[in-house]
Design a protein around this ligand. Sequence first.
Ligand SMILES: [Zn+2]
Ligand SMILES: [Zn+2]
Length: 452
Amino acid sequence: MHITDLNCAKDIGANCLLAEIGPFRILFDCGLHPKKWGRDALPQLNLVRDLSIDFVILSHCHLDHVGALPVLLREHPQTRVLCSPASRIVATRILRNCIGVMLRQRDEKHINEYPLYTYSELDRVDAALTALPLGVPKTFHENDDEITFTLYPSGHVAGAVGCMVEYRHRKIFFTGDVCFHDQETVEGADFPAEKIDTLILETTRGATEAEDATRDEEVERLVSDVAGTLSGGGSVLVPAFAFGRMQELVHIFNQAKNDGRIPKEIPVFCTGLGLDLADYFDTMSRKTGDVKFHRSLMKDLGVQALRTWEEPGTDVPVQGIYLLSSGMLVEHTPAWHIAANMLGHAHNLVAFVGYCDPDTPGGRLLTRTNIDELRFADLNFISRVLATVSKYDLSGHTTRERMMEFVYSVEPRVAVLTHGDPEAREWFEEEFAIELPKTKTVNLEPGVPEEI
Ligand SMILES: [Zn+2]
Ligand SMILES: [Zn+2]
């Protein structure tokens, strides 16, 4: 077997891993790099241009995993894309939104290559997507050979899966993005506990020391800070990813309202994709049973559509919870505009609930100590930072220690490290060397095939 990382750097990046197993060629995910622009955000699809790709295993529908799929299928229209039933429902909706964002960025940032694909090309994606029921092996034949795939829930976000590949008694397990603890909308990962030959594992939190606080304690701290802010007359901005994180918070704030911790009459404001995805989560929940969400949660919570915002510097006119994308507070998003309204007013709270890249405005607010100003260049405005800015660890990724527990249970002969920054991969390499010295760890060089 050969494995080649098609991401162009050793980072979280544009997830896309080529595995050549016997006569079969499989891509694990096909995403866009979140920190690159234009065609630079694509994986190195030129390396597979002249090959026939039999399958893509789509782990889940975050853009760093699914965003480049339409480009791949343009060149490889025969390729089958295997995914969970829940991802089958939501994948093209996420891609449609991605086209909308690219069209906006073409104008705002003058990136003429955008969009990288068109709305009509999503028909091809729709035709290629094949849902496999979770936990049920599916065998495909080619000439006299066969290969078997089994999807397992990976707990990271609605529809997320890991995949076992079996070829001639060899077992290769691809974890995808993993969360072992239960979240509000999805249960924790349920992976096989059998011996695996090759384990391809995500390493996102390899450089993150285990937090002392549990998820429940972090939810409790968030709700208590939100309640305190509201009772002091302030509003709360929660920048959150529209797919997954937002629905988690809808559950959490509903519970807080039901318990009387947040006043029932406080409105919650959301925008376009977040509102729309509530319906998709409802459908995923009803049709697959793998997702916990009901559209009535939005009504119970008093969700309203946010249609406009004030001039920068003017506080929001209606006291409420503003649950808005983007999660990292990037420019030109609703969360960005509301931050320009709220940051300069001491009674407000900006509550981050997920990972923020240090190069994004969210990351700058969180990592710089005593930051007293934030520049909104596109709005011609500099805001003083008087509102409280806090971070709550509601991560959808497992801790490195819990990941290692899983690794011990499957004792891989080879471990391939993916989806992590260099320091994160290093921690895993060292941990393997100490704890599992018989396991060979592979930290792939981008674009270079490695024989496994
Ligand atoms: Zn993800
Ligand atoms: Zn990811």
